[in-house]
Design a protein around this ligand. Structure first.
Ligand code: MSP
Length: 505
């Protein structure tokens, strides 16, 4: 790790490999990938982790239903996760599986450590359990006798269990949520406090009625959420990972910005139990970004059990990964639920990516070829139109950075669209085709256009990396950092490329 650099650590939840992933899962991961790429451009040393949450009753029962050995069952699905992330251009540093030996050892050690610190005791658990969410509930937390999260039937659980003393930390967690604002957006804090913190009870962290999990003795396996949350520390500790170690990230005095992106229904685990576990271990607390759900046109959460899921692999094959990434970032307001429909996706592709963005690039290449044999000319002096577009850029770029840093991804994307419109307007106003005989004039315009296309590509690269790679090829220059903004391409030869996006009929 480079000591003097700014540091950033980002994680997605680890996904249950009980089935293939849908675009709801893709959403969380695309956000993490985009912010990670953004931070890299902004000069940060970054680490991005994702993975699979492979233990627990749900997975165990599903594999039995299918008559497949549980490890074999999850391994096949995990391979599909990895294929999806590759297709979606997700560049993680580590993919953790909770069945990895390193992770299992780590969790056992933490269990022992917390027991030695007297945070764990043995008792009997009696209460409700939702297998879908792998969550315990008290009777008062149920909604019409069903799981308050997924609305499915819950089962009664009565078994010996080890408990984690979280109830002692009620005041602590209240303070962390209200004063230190570890949960973003703000409006989720109140609902969490009302629903869960006010009635915080010690957490059962072992199960005895099945044995698919990390065993701590002959009877007890670790509760899947306790196991899963610890992935955020263990994922950095793998032997092959030379980049950083978990102390760099998680020690109290660490200089890492830690962002954990989760869906709203799992904030209870990430913004209550997880910070308490970290406090017990004397470690730093992250920022938790809770996003809304992707819902279908008729307002239902996209989920396998409702039967309204959209397979991202099919969408990527049909429309390309950048189109899907762009749609998810641009159209879903991070803090709220957001709709997905294919017609909206096509509308975005045709209306924005083709009409505004891809056409701008194609128009510019055609002009540079026609007026200057594919060589970028020199701009000797700006006139009023260049001053105007430069000023507009400064404003858009500042807003874009501000929104990205506040994790307001759709607002950041909107600044990019406005900037594209500004550049298109610059062409309409300067009318290069009318001044093609005036060398100084046409040179100035072409040079300016290339500069702004380059700036635009840098800003757009966290969202549509495949297309901006093609622009890197066009300009023979790699996008590395925001320090490359306003680079002057004078005298450079540009290469020709095909349309970046094509109209969908
Ligand atoms: N395994 C746990 C997480 C453990 S992290 C220590 C889990 N897995 S999950 O596969 O069910 O879901 C993972 C993520 O996908 C969650 O953040 C969840 O919110 C997200 N999504 C699942 N369906 C979704 C939508 N329809 N829309 C948006 N995100 C959704 O929970």
């Amino acid at each position: 790790m480079e000591k003097n650099k700014k540091n950033f650590y980002v994680s997605t939840p680890i996904y249950y490999p009980n089935d293939n992933l849908h675009i709801g899962h893709a959403y969380t991961t695309v956000l993490a990938d985009a912010i990670n790429r953004f931070k890299k451009l902004d000069g940060y040393n970054t680490f991005f982790t994702t993975g699979s949450d492979e233990h627990g009753k749900k997975i165990f029962d599903k594999s039995k239903e299918k008559g497949i050995n549980t490890l074999e069952f999850v391994t096949n699905i995990v391979e599909n996760f990895k294929k999806l992330w590759k297709l979606l251009d997700i560049k993680y540093d580590h993919f953790i599986r909770t069945t990895d030996k390193e992770h299992k050892e780590f969790v056992k050690n933490i269990f022992i450590k917390l027991k030695d610190k007297n945070y764990i005791y043995k008792d009997n658990y009696e209460g409700w359990y939702c297998k879908t969410d792998e969550s315990f509930f008290t009777t008062s937390q149920l909604k019409d006798n069903k799981c308050p999260i997924c609305n499915k039937n819950v089962e009664i659980v009565k078994e010996e269990s080890f408990f984690l003393c979280v109830s002692k930390f009620k005041e602590y967690i209240n303070n962390l949520l209200i004063k230190e604002k570890i949960l973003i957006p703000n409006h989720r804090i109140k609902e969490l406090i009302n629903n869960f913190v006010n009635n915080l009870q010690d957490l059962s962290i072992t199960r005895t009625s099945f044995d698919w999990g990390i065993k701590i003795n002959n009877e007890h396996v670790i509760y899947v959420w306790f196991d899963a949350l610890l992935n955020y520390i263990s994922t950095i500790n793998y032997g092959h990972n030379k980049k950083i170690n978990s102390n760099d990230v998680w020690s109290r005095d660490s200089n890492f910005e830690i962002l954990q992106i989760v869906g709203k229904e799992i904030t209870r685990f990430h913004a209550i139990y997880w910070p308490i576990i970290l406090e017990m271990l004397d470690l730093k607390k992250p920022k938790i970004l809770a996003h809304g759900w992707i819902i279908s046109d008729d307002g239902e959460k996209m989920s396998k059990s409702i039967g309204n899921i959209i397979n991202p692999i099919e969408l990527i094959k049909k429309y390309g990964s950048d189109s899907l990434r762009f749609y998810l970032i641009n159209n879903i307001v991070t803090s709220e639920d957001g709709k997905y429909s294919e017609s909206l996706l096509v509308k975005d592709i045709n209306g924005i990516l083709v009409n505004k963005f891809s056409n701008l690039i194609t128009r510019t290449i055609v002009m540079i070829e026609k007026y200057n044999n594919l060589i970028v000319p020199e701009n000797k002096k700006n006139n009023k139109y260049e001053k105007k577009i430069n000023e507009l850029f400064e404003k858009r770029f500042m807003n874009y950075k501000k929104f990205m840093n506040e994790y307001k991804f759709s607002n950041a994307s909107n600044e990019i669209i406005l900037y594209i419109e500004n550049i298109n307007k610059y062409i309409d106003e300067t009318m290069p085709w009318k001044v093609s005989n005036n060398k100084e004039e046409i040179d100035r315009i072409l040079n300016t256009l290339i500069k702004h296309i380059w700036n635009l590509s840098i800003m757009f690269s966290p969202i549509i990396p495949e297309s901006t790679k093609k622009i890197e090829f066009l300009l023979s220059k790699k996008i590395i950092s925001f320090n490359q903004i306003n680079y002057d391409f004078k005298n450079k030869i540009i290469k020709k490329i095909d349309f970046l996006f094509k109209r969908i009929k």
